[in-house]
Design a protein around this ligand. Structure first.
Ligand code: SIN
Length: 283
């Protein structure tokens, strides 16, 4: 297996590896190290069924169940740990989440106490040249913060919205909050320390409905606008144009991602797993 870092602020391609094969412990450790070092890994030309996607995912830790299904039942009843990301509708019923619209910048499921530490997304069908996905390195974003903003974030916690998904859809059982001070969800430090390296990363979750605990709303909004502009600066970002057979793994706690909208009449189908994480450390 070869690890070829991208020239961007994050990401590497792994070549000469068939993710469907049972891998030796040294190869598994090399993949985990590569994810820690590069934060996003791309494997092209893979051919995975659901059991092999699950087995490959377990290299990175214990599988974490997907968030609550907006339609009330798992998309793949035989594989409830696998989420489906798709715009396809069959028999009047969506086969997956997120539709064909833009998915705004976010990290996954940060509205729970212990958000997943990694996500694995496997492209089965994609409309070529559309629906690109972007990843932003939040270690770099923290390092490059203006000094005043870096100081201002010390000790602050952010309320992460549990009510909406990254397509802006209201989740089952939630009501629209009147304003962000009423947002319901987990509270996490704005700056997260990596328990292995001690390095700090911005940990913002998603912008809509976010609220910095205890600040007047206008102040919270101003600080969040500055933080989000810093977090998603083009120099921190790598852009991925999908091909069928692509397998992407990313560090959910150190990376934000977003997806372009695509033609709703095209078919896009992806299967996705995620890996259990730890509760962020509050200093
Ligand atoms: C996601 O936000 O996890 C979906 C990314 C994508 O559809 O490319």
């Amino acid at each position: 297996m070869q690890i070829i870092p991208f020239e961007a602020a994050l990401g590497a391609e792994i070549t000469e590896l068939d993710a469907a094969m049972a891998l030796a412990p040294a190869a598994k450790a090399a993949l985990r190290d590569a994810l820690d070092a590069h934060l996003v890994l791309l494997l092209r030309n893979q051919s995975l069924d659901d059991p092999t996607l699950q087995r490959f995912s377990e290299i990175f830790g214990e599988l974490d169940p997907p968030g609550p299904n907006p339609y009330g039942a798992p998309f793949l009843p035989a594989f409830p740990m696998i989420n489906v990301i798709s715009n396809i509708v069959e028999g009047g019923r969506p086969v997956g989440n997120l539709g064909a619209g833009e998915a705004v910048w976010h990290a996954d499921m940060t509205y729970i106490a212990a958000p997943p530490k990694a996500a694995i997304l496997y492209a089965i069908e994609v409309p070529e040249g559309q629906g690109d996905t972007y990843f932003a390195n939040q270690f770099r974003a923290f390092e490059a913060l203006d000094a005043d903003l870096r100081e201002a974030t010390a000790g602050l916690t952010l309320v992460h919205d549990a009510a909406h998904n990254s397509a802006g859809m209201l989740r089952r059982g939630h009501v629209e909050p009147a304003d962000p001070t009423e947002t319901v969800g987990a509270r996490h430090p704005i700056v997260r320390r990596d328990s292995r390296t001690g390095n700090r990363a911005l940990f913002l979750g998603r912008r809509p409905h976010a609220y910095i605990d205890g600040l007047p709303l206008a102040e919270s909004e101003r600080m969040l606008d500055r933080l989000w502009a810093a977090a998603t600066r083009p120099e921190h970002v790598w852009r991925h144009s999908w091909r069928a057979g692509d397998l992407l793994i990313w560090s959910n706690l150190a990376v934000l991602h977003r997806r372009d909208a695509f033609d709703a009449s095209a078919r896009r189908l992806m299967h996705r797993t995620q890996i259990k994480g730890d509760q962020p450390i509050i200093e």
